[in-house]
Design a protein around this ligand. Structure first.
Ligand code: ZN
Length: 320
């Protein structure tokens, strides 16, 4: 799911292209996309864009007279930009296309890969109508240790779950939570109630640094182009999506835990004092042989190397 850095570069790219421009038409291919009955899409035609904002992981296009289009990309939703060419509005791709927003300056095409239709569009009249989209999570950038600590203390969960809870923290999902926890040298399964003041401060600083650095990196890579390659997996990430590859800090193979419908990549040396986090599916597979440390895992791998070690490939997903 696109997270803070991805959403920020979308917002910036859109601001450059559509602020001040009129929406000539909103074309919706898949009716399920639109989750609101009022205002009608036709009522938005002719309105000028007054701004582009972010609420959590959502992109908000503000039109004049306090009318808003709230775009939630969910996991597989993406945006494409087709500058006005004089040849009429951009074609909406048949398989992936959900909608197109035709502005005077070009068409913004909303797509979603896969068959699960999760991405959404809400049309909202009046700024007060935006409040339900704000889940209340803290904006980490520019936050204080006190505010961060208060957000963390609101519920006792694992750090992984707390960071990705939009009611506690804004804009952080599966990818950047892995990166933040690695930067902070904290276990994803550590409980928020067990955090010392020093650890909380370290986590806040890591979260801010990771989000700022990644936003800057994405902005630099784009250098003015519209974001086309929005992905949760990037080779420059430290641990996320890098199962089995060396940790950039200590060289230990990155480990993965899968649970419920989420997964988590971490470095056992940097984050969990060498301990491996129990993965339900892998525990079952290995029966009582669950290695407790990275050294035991390496020894087990060496012992099983002739048998085809199940830990060589990513662990199977946990059952339903
Ligand atoms: Zn490491």
């Amino acid at each position: 799911m696109p997270e803070y850095p991805d959403i920020v570069v979308y917002v910036e790219a859109l601001r450059e292209r559509i602020v001040g421009s009129r929406l000539s038409r909103l074309r919706i291919v898949h009716p399920f996309l639109l989750r609101t009955a009022e205002p009608r899409p036709e009522a938005l035609a002719g309105k000028r864009v007054s701004g582009v904002e972010r609420i959590g992981k959502q992109i908000v296009i503000a039109l004049e007279e306090e009318t808003f289009m709230v775009i939630h990309l969910m996991i597989a939703g993406r945006l494409r930009w087709f500058p006005e060419s004089g040849k009429g509005p951009a074609k909406i791709p048949g398989k992936l296309g959900l909608a197109a927003f035709d502005f005077e300056t070009g068409s913004l095409v909303f797509t979603e890969a896969g068959t699960k239709r999760r991405a959404s569009l809400h049309l909202v009249a009046g700024r007060e109508g935006l409040s339900p989209f704000d889940r209340g999570g803290l904006e980490v950038i520019g936050s204080t240790d006190e505010a961060f600590s208060a957000a963390l203390a609101r519920e006792n969960h694992t750090l992984k779950r707390s960071l990705t809870d939009p009611r506690l923290f804004s804009g952080i999902g599966n990818s950047y939570s892995d990166e933040i926890l690695h930067r902070a040298r904290l276990s994803p399964f550590k409980l928020s109630s067990a955090m010392s003041a020093e650890e909380t401060s370290r986590l806040r600083a890591a979260a801010e640094a990771v989000l700022v650095e990644w936003s800057e990196r994405l902005r630099r890579e784009l250098s003015g182009k519209f974001p086309e390659k929005v992905t949760a997996f990037r080779p420059e990430m430290a641990v996320h999506g890098r199962y089995g590859q060396p940790c950039p800090v200590c060289g230990t193979p990155v480990q993965r835990v899968e649970y419920a419908e989420n997964e988590c990549d971490y470095c056992p040396v940097c984050q969990t004092e060498g301990r491996l986090l129990a993965d339900r599916a892998l525990s079952r597979l290995l029966k009582g042989d669950w290695p407790r440390t990275i050294q035991e895992l390496e020894a087990l791998k060496a012992k099983n190397s002739t048998l085809g070690d199940p830990t060589d490939s990513p662990p199977p997903r946990a059952g339903p």
